[in-house]
Ligand binder design. Structure first.
Ligand code: SF4
Length: 369
């Protein structure tokens, strides 16, 4: 019997690896109110270290939130701890603070993904080009670099030209996203999507009288897609320019959690905000926060298993099950038009009976925006 076999006999069978239920912990180490003209608020190192105890329970720690994580004076140290304790680290930033030394350390730390948010004329590619060139020249494979272009009526026409300009950089993806959480009238007027969600249409395009977004906007998107194909840029267009109910929103609350700069846990950044007004369906509404609990006093696993949080996730779980059953029933053979129509109608009815949670109903993310 070999040494390893003897050792195995003494130690007994290896305990099964514990499955991590949470894929991504979005961690807000720097907070900037989306409505108040105030200074950044930073996560205390003590709070951070307490939360870092739970990093091994999640697959990815994603430094992002309402403020830029690079603003935190100890950001680099926090990235280092996250790498040591958790493993995979992503950063979402405007990129303006990416100094040459920071770029080098990000590469050395093995950060897996770096997303740079663009929203001309405020955040432009020119402002971050030098840093991007720097980081791209230093990296072997990581970090993956993604440019995320926030679409507004003021910058949509610049999209093809910015993508063309980015094509000389060796980035991994150029994606576009809509203004999703809309806090001011000005932002509301600059969104590029249109259409109104009601209880009756729940985002159904035809019932909203729209099959697509505004023709001129769709044209710019498709023109950009053609340029991207020609130049070999991996381009992701916005999901839609008309709200359309999603089975589960893009934040994937079944897998991900959001931690505020104070250490509180919410399903997503939007639900972490308190006393805030926002715009939805051309109306100004008051947001109701949905805070599950506080990681300063409660362990992550206990918060994840809280009854009210489980109930929240069960709603989405049920919707996913209904959707999977629909896919199986519809596409396992050769579907004909009648089967497609009948099954879609059935799914629509079932999703209506299993609406998204109340706190998500007036959020554009629930409608694929
Ligand atoms: S639908 Fe909106 S409020 Fe609900 S979890 Fe998704 S992002 Fe958050």
């Amino acid at each position: 019997m070999g040494f390893m076999s003897v050792l195995k006999n003494i130690l007994g069978p290896k305990p099964p690896k514990k499955k991590k239920p949470i894929t991504q912990m979005q961690l807000e180490i720097s907070h900037l109110s989306p409505t108040e003209p105030e200074e950044n608020k930073f996560m205390d190192k003590e709070v951070f270290l307490r939360i870092a105890n739970f990093f091994d329970q999640v697959k990815v720690v994603n430094f992002s939130g309402w403020g830029d994580p690079l603003e935190h004076p100890e950001a680099l140290e926090m990235f280092r701890i996250a790498r040591e304790k958790g493993g995979r680290v992503h950063i979402v930033t405007e990129g303006k603070l990416l100094t040459p030394s920071l770029c080098q350390q990000i590469v050395e730390l093995g950060i897996e993904k770096l997303t740079i948010k663009l929203c001309p004329p405020h955040n432009t590619l020119d402002q971050v080009r030098e840093s991007l060139e720097n980081i791209l020249s230093l990296r072997k494979n990581d970090p993956e670099i993604i440019l995320d272009y926030k679409l507004t009526v003021n910058n949509l026409n610049l999209l093809p030209q910015v993508l063309e300009s980015a094509s000389s950089l060796n980035i991994n993806e150029f994606k576009t996203s809509n203004l999703d959480f809309i806090f001011t009238e000005e932002l509301n007027n600059s969104k590029v999507f249109e259409g109104k969600v009601s209880d009756e249409n729940r985002g159904d395009l035809i019932k909203q009288g729209k099959v697509k977004g505004k023709a001129e906007y769709e044209e710019i998107i498709s023109q950009t897609e053609k340029i991207a194909n020609k130049l070999g840029v991996y381009f992701t267009p916005p999901q839609t320019l008309v709200p359309k109910e999603a089975v589960v929103c893009e934040y994937e609350p079944l897998k991900n959690v959001f931690i505020t700069w104070e250490g509180r846990l919410a399903p997503c950044p939007f639900l972490s905000l308190n006393k805030i007004s926002y715009y939805f369906n051309e109306q100004k509404l008051e947001q109701t926060p949905y805070i599950v609990g506080d990681l300063k006093t409660t362990d992550l696993e206990n918060l994840w298993n809280e009854n009210k949080y489980e109930e929240f996730r069960n709603v989405y779980q049920k919707r996913v099950q209904l959707f999977n059953a629909y896919m199986e029933e519809t596409f396992e053979g050769e579907p004909n038009a009648q089967l497609l129509a009948n099954n879609y109608e059935k799914l629509d009815r079932q999703l209506l009976e299993n609406k998204v949670p109340d706190c998500c109903r007036s959020c554009y993310k629930a409608y694929s925006i």
